[in-house]
Ligand binder design. Structure first.
Ligand code: ATP
Ligand code: MG
Length: 401
């Protein structure tokens, strides 16, 4: 079809009487930020009913659609042709709208948000149906199960014609739901979890635990690439890297091997909580998924959660790995995540990790050394970066109390 605009439907937003204006503004701002790189000529506008992206001659529609479909807060995307309100303009527009569309049966559906329009919906549908029948020999009207529906929306100043609509990402615009600290590993799950939370409106700060020299510097490049993929959804992205080697070595020096993973997670949670509290971030988030590995049983989660009072958001918790993989591929993080690297968990992987760790056992092992001091050092040693065009740029250390 010929397209002049992409119409973005707000979906869930429409039910939010409160703050609707702020939500729309946020969405339009987010769309424009996402467009800025790949489509510098395009700019979205929004009104109470929809947001629009006017498209230019030569725009690559399929990549534009692919991009728009990932932006949180958009329920549906409809490519439309904008025409004037006279019947002649509608008739001529109808033919342009169906250009290149293959169908043998069709119907015309008319919506009249502008009730003052001189013709009824039925009259407009009949006139346009006639126009299409004359132009398309062999085509038939089928009002029950048409292969194609030409949708006509008559508005106060213009009309929109469309014959296809696409599902959007849904959710809320990023930035409309507060902040959280995401534990980003470099694996497949945590980038997917990040996107799912952004889709609920959250803006994320990212925390990574590095254990040099056991983990390589290359992981930072990998994280930068992952964050470069996620950045268009929220704009500024900050990555904080925790020097975790000392804590990790202490765990392996003092705890029985099957407990190491649980203790590792407990230490990660403690460090993340402390850092989040200092930054005023009210929640933590991970890519954990129930049953995926030994440390992701309900008993493990209980032992891990015990050390923090912050809520821990786990959007992948009940997802199947195949669905996580599929989403990672759609997002474009999968190919980056599967690059080999030494993770701080895989390197010291215990042979038989405890699937039902006991909390008093955890405390028993933790009583063997002054871990609080090491945690304090780790938090103090966190290096922060901003991600700029896929590169990590160090940030000056902020003063924290
Ligand atoms: P995978 O796709 O291999 O499962 P993953 O990221 O889920 O990767 P897990 O070992 O399953 O890795 O870890 C569970 C969660 O713990 C991760 O999703 C992440 O949120 C957090 N995590 C693990 N290792 C790190 C790390 N080195 N730095 C930050 N967070 C981590
Ligand atoms: Mg995992």
């Amino acid at each position: 079809m010929n397209v002049s605009h992409f119409l973005l439907h707000y979906g869930e937003l429409s039910t939010k009487g409160l703050n609707k204006k702020a939500f729309i503004q946020r969405l339009v701002q987010n769309v424009n930020r996402a467009l800025a790189g790949p489509f510098p000529g395009l700019k979205a506008r929004g009104d109470n009913a929809h947001a629009y992206v006017p498209v230019e001659e030569g725009t690559d529609f399929s990549s534009l659609l692919l991009l728009l479909r990932k932006i949180p807060g958009i329920q549906r995307i409809t490519p439309v042709l904008r025409v004037g309100r006279s019947l002649e303009e509608l008739q001529e527009g109808a033919l342009r709208a169906i250009e290149g569309e293959e169908f043998s049966t069709f119907k015309v559906e008319v919506r009249r948000p502008d009730h003052s329009y001189p013709l009824s919906g039925y009259e407009v549908a009949r006139a346009l149906g006639g126009t299409i029948l004359r132009a398309r020999k062999g085509a038939k009207v089928d009002v029950h199960r048409p292969e194609r529906t030409l949708l006509v929306e008559i508005r106060e100043k213009e009309c929109f014609l469309s014959c296809r609509t696409y599902k959007g990402a849904g959710g809320y615009p990023v930035g409309s739901g507060g902040r959280a600290l995401m534990l980003l590993s470099g694996g497949i799950d945590s980038p997917v979890a990040s996107y799912l939370l952004m889709r609920r409106g959250l803006v994320l700060d990212f925390l990574h635990f590095a254990a040099p020299p056991y983990t390589s510097e290359a992981v930072l490049e990998k994280l930068a690439d992952i964050l470069d993929v996620l950045a268009p959804y929220q704009g500024k992205v900050h990555l904080h890297v925790v020097p975790f080697t000392k804590v990790q070595l202490s765990i392996y020096a003092h705890a029985a091997e099957p407990y190491c993973i649980t203790l590792l997670r407990r230490m990660m949670m403690r460090i993340a909580s402390e850092f989040a509290e200092r930054r005023g971030l009210p929640a933590l988030a991970t890519g954990e998924s129930l049953g995926q590995v030994a440390s992701q049983t309900v008993e493990s989660l209980r032992a891990i959660n015990e050390v923090t009072t912050l809520p821990v958001l786990r959007p992948c918790l009940a997802m199947d790995k195949t669905d996580i993989l599929e989403l990672a591929k759609e997002l474009g993080t999968y190919e980056i995540s599967i690059r080999p690297y030494e993770d701080c968990c895989t390197i010291f992987k215990p042979k038989k990790p405890k699937t039902r760790p006991k909390r008093d056992e955890c405390r028993f092992f933790e009583g063997k050394w002054d871990y609080a001091k090491e945690i304090e050092e780790a938090v103090e040693g966190i290096a922060s970066y901003k991600v700029e065009e896929g590169r990590l740029v160090p940030l000056r250390k902020e003063k924290t109390e």
